[in-house]
Every structure is written in C-alpha cells, then in structure tokens.
Write a protein that binds this ligand. Structure first.
Ligand SMILES: [Zn+2]
Length: 129
C-alpha cells in the first residue's frame, strides 16, 4: 500500500449519523487529500491522527470506537461533507496545496523508489478506466 498508516482494509459498511471527537493528545498530521467534489484543488490537509467515532449501524445499534491513521482521516473527510465542509475549507493558506496534478507530482516525489513504482502502476490502471 502507498500509505504507511493503513492498518487494515474495511469492508463496505453503513454509518448512520456519524460524529467524532478528536483524541487531542495524539495530535494532527498533514497528508495529501483530494476530493471528487473539489476537482480544482488538492493538498496536505491537517487532520487528527486518532478520533473516537460514534455512529449507529443499519439496525440502529449505537457504536463507538477509536480509529487511527488513514481510516481516521477518511472518516473526518466524509463527516466534514455531512457538515457542509470541503477540503477547500480545510486547506488554509499555510497548507501545501495546488492542483490535483501538482499534488500528484509532489506526492510521488516524496515516496520511496519502490512506492513510486507502485504509484505509477496504480495511476496507469486509473488512466485505463
Ligand atoms: Zn470528499
């Protein structure tokens, strides 16, 4: 995997009325994000490393759990959408940002040689779609 902070994959799942509280002591980390809703901009968005997520499942059962790393980032991004917040709101002037193409080049350059090869393979597959 390209990202080092993915601890596992998750099957497709339903979260009803999700919300989260940050685990402030774990801090924030800026990492590359883009969004299908914002085609003109991407960048390194600061997000909490660890969050406590609350949601109901499709049977109405309440859940709360601690999530970290990339999945915590994805949850924060998607919950932002529910609250009308886009990455363009999160990309403050102090954030590294630019077009999706510029950010793809920067992101690739920050990867190890092995991961650059994987990145190229993934991008090639995406372009074929
Ligand atoms: Zn999005």
């Amino acid at each position: 995997m390209l990202r080092d902070n993915i601890k596992s994959t998750y099957p497709v799942h339903v979260m009803i009325n999700p919300s989260y509280e940050p685990v402030e002591s774990e801090g924030k980390q800026a990492d590359y994000e883009s969004c299908y809703s914002v085609s003109s901009k991407a960048g390194k968005v600061p997000r909490y490393q660890t969050i406590k997520i609350r949601y109901a499942d499709e049977k109405g059962h309440e859940h709360q759990q601690i999530e970290t790393g990339f999945y915590a980032r994805v949850l924060q991004h998607e919950i932002d959408h529910l609250n009308g917040v886009l990455i363009s709101d999160r990309l403050t002037p102090d954030c590294i940002q630019g077009t999706v193409e510029e950010m793809m080049v920067m992101r690739r350059n920050e990867l190890s040689k092995e991961k650059q090869a994987l990145f190229d393979e993934i991008m090639k597959k995406k372009m074929e779609k």
